[in-house]
Design a protein around this ligand. Structure first.
Ligand SMILES: Cc1ncc(C[n+]2csc(CCOP(=O)(O)OP(=O)(O)O)c2C)c(N)n1
Length: 637
């Protein structure tokens, strides 16, 4: 039986829709039993359906939603018992725990249980973070840590007389936003209750190790919140603390200690628990739970393949986000130990493995700071290190979070900081995490003035170009932003099939590059869009349309020679994965007009919310080869 025809293999009909009254802070045997059975049922369901994401290669998160099941079950019963007393929304600071929201939607009858087996799949409306309006039953959007508690404060202000809950985590509590939210909640005496999973695991490690001194409890107490700390797995204690929080007016935080993925063999207590559970571990867990139908279902799922062959680029692919780290290690290896220590500081934001920084930490731990999930403060710290001439601050996180740090970037510039930022996961490719994780507003980093300290934005197209770019710009002064995608990219080939950016190639900042000549008009693009546009160009040539292709790896500098060249062509099409409203295309048309060039002009880019899944995001936005070819034909006609 295929997943498409199958029923959900775990009987969610066994869920007991019990009610609880917070005025009674002890559980009867019957209530305790019902809660325990609901907890086990939901934990099994979460392991199973998140593992479908692992089986399909779309990833996901198991440990966080699995861990917080006890408190979610209690809140569900409380909401049912007193619907008017609460804002009945499971607001969650840690949006990656979205499996909780999807499971609740299924239990509430808003979503067929079968749908859960399509977790994170493209076009299935179950993306990696909750999106209001997309998934039936989902009641808020989340996904960026530290963004929901401040928002929930406002919800509480809009609902006087009710209690509003916010599920939190030791990861989200590291964000500066939460400190602000805590102060407002205390000052305004908001009836907000934080239910924080303090499992001492984030992505890159254990907060107790990389942020020694950080204590969720002491932090919140310092802000003036009442904090009730306890064992999240002690059901009676947890329930009693939730009741105490409800009966205490004003903001209260529950800090629930537990091991990550408690009870899952081989994963409990480890950082692996943060991500999606591997299929073999899920099978072992489900077998031990007697969930044999779920096991069979998992075994039957095949990883879909992306069968398209791109013309003009190699079969070989490179991971640019990792190549960034490798290239940095090479550059740093060329310095004396003393120079390196004196002049370079690398600051991570709990994403070192995702941004290619692990290589640097392993090679040169003495210049590496595991900064925790504090993008704004960490950017400023890296910039501050690079304030003196000859020093370099290096910083990395996901491109989506560049939006958080625009003000810090301005201050870094005004302080003449030398700062090299690597923003990985730029664009939309392979982003099952979906819209809140899209890295599409990167041009915001180019927010200086004409006479300001240098700011450069670079988006290398393949691994060869990334290596060349890092080596070239590492020692430059000013602010430099290097972008890479989550997905791997093939090598760009010249017309003879040779790798264009290999061998003796040197990267020249500010210079655009002709990838293919053409008489009908030019496509201008960069990054992971280049190989897709190249494929379109090759296919259009086969159809007799001779389109040229320009790579623009320096995004914010006008290459006058290239402007003169493309400006005289019949048309110019800018295609990009960046936001159509804020990307390169927005500027390129003005640059042409300012110089008196008036080719036919169009720009295509990301313009609507994502569809989940991986490579599917490109065709969804109409910026895949067929979308590009369609636009070229319109312009060429
Ligand atoms: C603003 C922001 N920065 C970084 C991330 C990337 N990120 C997602 S989850 C995570 C770690 C979260 O740890 P925690 O919230 O404690 O969750 P757990 O590991 O317990 O599931 C990070 C850094 C993000 N989603 N949002």
């Amino acid at each position: 039986m295929t997943v498409a025809q199958a029923t959900f293999p775990i009987d969610l009909g066994a869920y007991q829709y019990i009610s609880l009254d917070p005025a009674v802070s002890t559980l009867t045997d019957e209530q305790r039993q019902a809660l325990k059975s609901n907890i086990q049922l939901c934990r099994d369901a979460i392991v199973f359906f998140t593992a479908t994401g692992a089986a399909r290669g779309v990833g996901g998160h198991t440990g966080g939603p699995y861990d917080t099941v006890p408190e979610v079950m209690i809140l569900d019963a409380l909401f049912r018992g007193n619907p008017d007393k609460f804002v009945p929304v499971f607001f969650d600071e840690a949006g990656h725990r979205v499996a909780t929201q999807y499971l609740l939607s299924a239990l509430a009858g808003d979503l067929p249980a079968e749908q859960l087996m399509h977790y994170r799949e493209a076009h299935q409306k179950l993306p990696g973070h909750p999106e209001l309006g997309l998934t039936p039953g989902v009641k808020f959007s989340g996904g960026r840590l530290g963004h929901i508690w401040p928002f929930v404060n406002g919800v509480a202000l809009a609902n006087p007389g009710k209690t509003t809950f916010c599920l939190g985590s030791d990861g989200s509590q590291q964000e500066g936003n939460d400190a602000e939210a805590a102060r407002l909640a205390v000052a305004q005496h908001l009836n907000v209750k934080l239910i924080i999973d303090d499992n001492d695991v984030t992505i890159a490690g254990h907060p107790s190790e990389y942020l020694p001194g950080f204590s969720v409890r002491q932090t919140l107490e310092g802000h003036g919140l009442k904090v009730l700390e306890g064992d999240g797995e002690d059901l009676d204690g947890l329930y009693a603390r939730i009741c105490e929080a409800i009966s205490t007016p004003g903001p209260v935080a529950l800090v629930n200690k537990r091991a990550m993925s408690v009870g899952i063999e081989g994963i409990e207590g480890t950082t692996h628990g943060h991500d999606v559970i591997p299929v073999d571990a899920a099978i072992r867990y489900l077998e031990s739970r007697g969930q044999n139908a779920a096991v069979e279902m998992l075994k039957s799922i095949e990883k879909p393949k992306h069968g398209y062959t791109f013309l003009g680029s190699s079969d070989k692919v490179g991971s640019n986000r990792n190549v960034f780290g490798e290239a940095m290690v090479e550059v740093l290896g060329g310095m004396s130990e003393r120079d390196r220590k004196d002049s370079v500081l690398v600051v991570d934001n709990d994403l070192e493995g995702s941004c290619g920084l692990t290589q640097i930490r392993k090679a040169y731990p003495e210049i590496f700071v595991s900064g925790g999930i504090m993008e704004r403060g960490n950017l400023s710290a890296a910039a501050g290190f690079g304030m003196e001439k000859g020093k370099q601050g290096v910083y990395a996180t996901f491109s989506a979070f560049l939006e958080m740090s625009i003000s810090e970037i301005t201050m870094a510039r005004l302080n003449f900081a030398n700062l090299l930022c690597h923003f990985s996961h730029a664009g939309i490719d392979d982003m099952a995490d979906n819209t809140c994780h899209f890295g599409i507003n990167n041009m915001f980093a180019d927010n200086g003035l004409d006479d300001g300290h240098e700011t450069r934005l670079y988006f290398p197209a393949d691994a060869n170009q990334m290596r060349a770019c890092v080596k070239k710009v590492f020692g430059d002064p000013g602010l430099r932003f290097i972008f890479s995608t989550r997905s791997k990219v093939p090598m760009i080939l010249d017309a003879d099939g040779n790798e264009m950016f290999a061998g003796n190639y040197t990267f020249t900042p500010g210079k655009d590059e002709v990838i293919r000549e053409g008489s009908a008009g030019y496509i201008v693009t960069f990054g992971d869009s280049l190989y897709r546009a190249l494929d379109a160009v090759e296919r259009l040539k086969q159809e007799g349309i001779e389109v040229g292709l320009i790579n623009k790896p320096t995004l914010n500098v006008v290459d006058e020679d290239m402007m003169a060249k493309v400006g005289k062509a019949p048309f110019v099409l800018v295609t990009e994965a960046f936001n159509r409203r804020t990307g390169l295309g927005m500027r390129f048309g003005s640059w042409l007009l300012e110089r008196g060039y008036t080719p036919k002009f169009a720009h295509i880019g990301t313009h609507e919310e994502g569809c989940g899944g991986l490579w599917e995001q490109y065709p969804h936005q109409g910026i895949d080869p067929s979308g590009i070819m369609k636009k070229v034909k319109e312009l060429a006609s």
